[in-house]
Design a protein around this ligand. Structure first.
Ligand SMILES: Nc1nc2c(c(=O)[nH]1)N=C([C@H](O)[C@H](O)COP(=O)(O)OP(=O)(O)OP(=O)(O)O)CN2
Ligand SMILES: [Zn+2]
Length: 124
């Protein structure tokens, strides 16, 4: 079994309601994010690939365009612009076209923040 990943970066602004650092979090501020999309599977013997990295990049472009240099509070189906909601939002955007999608991680390298979404568990 293999995991294959590709990353993209985006810079975006947001506000956040929190119980700590309330005032500064409510002010519009920005972060530099890095998102990592991982597929899992076995390479096709003919191509040697799980999925062509070029195709993976194409399907990520749309998500990047929707996030980069945006005010995240204005993205209707995101909810509060947290790392958790961003990783799930990227997952929801990519999962219809990526059969082998395994996880989506979002990082804020400057502060050491990371969040990974594996999709919702399907009840047995
Ligand atoms: N569970 C989560 N908690 C918080 C999130 C999140 O996405 N998930 N996000 C934030 C805010 O984005 C906040 O701006 C980050 O706050 P903080 O860690 O205090 O860092 P700074 O704003 O000071 O950012 P710098 O890296 O210092 O610029 C909070 N919590
Ligand atoms: Zn923030």
């Amino acid at each position: 079994m293999f995991e294959l990943s590709k990353q993209f970066r985006f810079d975006a602004a947001h506000t956040l309601e929190r119980s700590i650092d309330t005032e500064s979090s409510r002010r519009i501020h920005g972060h530099s994010y890095r998102a990592e999309v991982t597929v899992r599977g076995r390479p096709d013997p003919a191509t040697g690939m799980i999925v062509d990295l070029g195709l993976l990049e194409r399907s990520m472009e749309d998500a990047r365009d929707a996030l980069d240099h945006r005010f995240l509070d204005e993205i209707n189906d995101l909810g509060p612009a947290t790392m958790e909601n961003l990783s799930r939002w990227i997952w929801n955007r990519l999962s219809p076209e990526l059969d082998n999608l395994f996880k989506v991680s979002v990082y804020r390298d400057s502060s050491g923040d990371a969040c990974t979404y594996w999709g919702e568990e399907v009840a047995a």
